[in-house]
Design a protein around this ligand. Structure first.
Ligand code: PEP
Ligand code: MG
Length: 579
């Protein structure tokens, strides 16, 4: 039995067998081969191609069944690469010529292709580099007799471990099969962590070495409540954690009883408590946990795990479905926030030195107006069927807001000409997630009708701390005085201009901070659906007057720990069972 401490990013307890993804070392050694063994090497190569083909067909079928055909297309592209005769013939020719082992030949040719593709001027071909790498890795793994465990082939409830999961991999996870996961890297607001919460899968990240410590057949306990992972627990520990699991489920059910209660402080101030979603599949969970609408719909997941771009109609159908199902509540659709750690296969997004400071989100959309306008048309068309709002991500300067708003007007005019109905009074908001936006929030307030503070990025940029780097996770503290001051500034500027301000970053989901957040004047909070009841309980336990007093006191502290200690003391008085 071995215990590892990481960062608990999604609550709950999972106990089960473990699978490690991408664990195999696929380094290849060069060996000479006898002339007479060449047919043998060719047979090995063909066998690996056959196995890889079967793997890809299996995944494609599974994904099409679980999440839809559009998302399985990427594997059709992978199959085409696999079947490319030029590559196969080149491997066989060089094998005969150089008389070295086939893994070596294959991997050096692959390397050559990867380099060549990444330098090509054709944007589409350049984009295929990642796919070539992916397929190449599969073939190599089969050649080395180390087949990769793949998410979609998991049939039994399993815990998963990996160095990290890409956002597209987490998007493929399903709660029935993946009961918990753990990674070496990551912090509480990495997109892997956000997906874990939205899928309600217990998860611990930032464990540094876990992917190297697991062997096939191990059993794992993942305690997302305390950030602990136990490898091969003894019977007594398993029993103890089964107890914890039951307690957690019972507690969650208890909180869910608040489903139909509004989030009102003891002195009758209502806070809008909505949910964050990544896909329309989560609507059931939003309704089950009693959130009042969607405060953040991260639409970029639409663009991931596929080789083409979502069409206007496809987006329209999805947005319309969410709008209708959430009525009478509002749904805030955040426009495309690609870049950073989120990429779309169908788009040419260059590798950048500093992706989070790079060509992402609104910066991308204002350049790729063709793509942006398709999304705006889809949102506007869907707005005729519900209460939709538009929100732009990563705003840094006023000009961005003006240009984006001008594009919305352009699209509205087009729709009008075409006699297509839409909500003419649709509200538009800006995310406040860069220090610049917070500092000039008085200027931005003239251009929009609401703000939503994206604390995940705001903290990353204000404290200069990469939100996915576990080494410096200690610095990543929403309770830092700098963050409290920025929030206060944003709220004061918003209210001075009569616009509302919400919070949709993960800070809003921390019940210990709720009194501080509402005390600072934030009007709305949006969080992962299943964390909504906990925040509601905190809101129901305190008066706004007291919360303001608490927030003012918090603003006097010099460190995040002092703020937290004080908030914990207060929390013990107002909602001890939540802590
Ligand atoms: C944020 O930055 O706080 C936010 C809500 O956006 P995302 O987590 O998708 O970057
Ligand atoms: Mg963000």
């Amino acid at each position: 039995m071995k215990m590892l401490k990481g960062i608990g990013v999604s609550p709950g307890v999972a106990i089960g067998p473990v699978i490690v993804l991408h664990a195999e070392d696929l380094t290849v050694q060069k060996r000479s081969i006898d002339e007479k063994n060449i047919p043998n090497e060719i047979a090995l190569f063909e066998d690996a191609l056959t196995k890889t083909r079967a793997e890809l067909l299996g995944i494609r079928k599974q994904i099409a069944k679980d999440i839809g055909r559009d998302h399985s297309d990427i594997f059709t592209a992978h199959l085409l690469i696999l079947e490319d005769r030029t590559l196969i013939e080149e491997v066989i020719a060089r094998l005969k010529e150089e008389k070295v082992n086939v893994e070596y030949v294959f991997s050096s040719i692959l390397q050559k292709y990867i380099i060549a593709f990444s330098h090509i001027n054709d944007e589409y071909l350049k984009e295929r580099t990642a796919d070539i790498k992916d397929v190449g890795r599969r073939v190599l793994a089969n050649l080395l007799g180390k087949p990769q465990e793949v998410l979609s082939s998991i049939t039994e409830p399993t815990t998963l471990v990996s160095h990290d999961f890409s956002p597209s991999e987490t998007a493929m996870m399903r709660k029935e099969k993946v009961i918990g996961f753990a990674t070496d890297v990551g912090g509480p607001t990495s997109h892997t962590a956000i997906m874990a919460r939205s899928l309600e899968i217990p998860a611990v990240v930032g464990l540094a070495t876990i992917s190297k410590e697991i062997s096939k057949g191990d059993t794992l306990i993942i305690d997302g409540n305390h950030g602990i992972v136990i490898i091969n627990p003894d019977e007594e520990t398993i029993q103890k954690y089964h107890g914890e699991e039951e307690k957690f489920v019972a507690y969650t059910h208890e909180l869910d009883k608040l489903k139909d209660v509004a989030a009102i402080t003891t002195d009758n101030v209502e806070i809008t408590l909505a949910a964050n979603i990544e896909s329309p599949l989560e609507i059931q969970s939003v309704i089950a946990h009693g959130a009042q609408g969607i405060g953040l719909y991260r639409t970029e997941y639409f663009y991931m795990n596929r080789t083409d771009l979502p069409t206007e109609d496809e987006q329209y159908m999805a947005y319309r479905q969410v709008a209708e199902e959430m009525l009478p509540h509002a749904v805030v659709i955040r426009t495309l926030d690609l870049g950073g750690d989120k990429f779309a296969s169908a788009l040419d997004m260059p590798q950048e030195m500093n992706p989070s400071l790079g060509w992402r989100a609104i910066r991308f959309c204002l350049e790729r107006v063709d793509i942006f306008k398709v999304q705006l048309r889809a949102i506007l068309r869907a707005s005729a069927h519900g209460n939709l709002k538009i929100m732009y991500p990563m705003i840094t300067i006023v000009t961005e807001l003006r240009r984006a708003n001008a594009l919305v007007e352009e699209v509205k005019a087009e729709l009008k000409r075409e006699n297509i109905p839409f909500d003419e009074a649709i509200k538009i908001g800006a995310m406040i997630e860069t220090p610049s936006a917070a500092i000039i929030s008085d200027l931005l307030a003239h251009e929009v009708s609401f703000f939503s503070i994206g604390t995940n990025d705001l903290i990353q940029y204000a404290l200069a701390v990469d939100r996915i780097n576990e080494k410096i996770a200690y610095l990543y503290d929403p309770a830092s005085p700098a963050i409290l001051r920025l929030i206060k500034q944003v709220v004061d500027n918003a209210h001075a201009h009569n616009i509302s301000v919400g919070m949709c970053g993960e800070m809003g989901a921390e019940a210990t901070l709720t009194m501080l957040i509402i005390g600072l004047g934030v009007d709305a909070i949006s969080a992962s659906p299943f964390l909504v009841p906990k925040i509601k309980k905190a809101i129901l336990s305190v008066s706004i007057e007291k919360a303001r007093e608490i927030a003012n006191k918090c603003l006097t502290f010099a460190t995040g720990s002092e703020v937290r200690n004080y908030l914990n003391e207060q929390g013990q008085l107002y909602f001890p069972d939540l802590l």
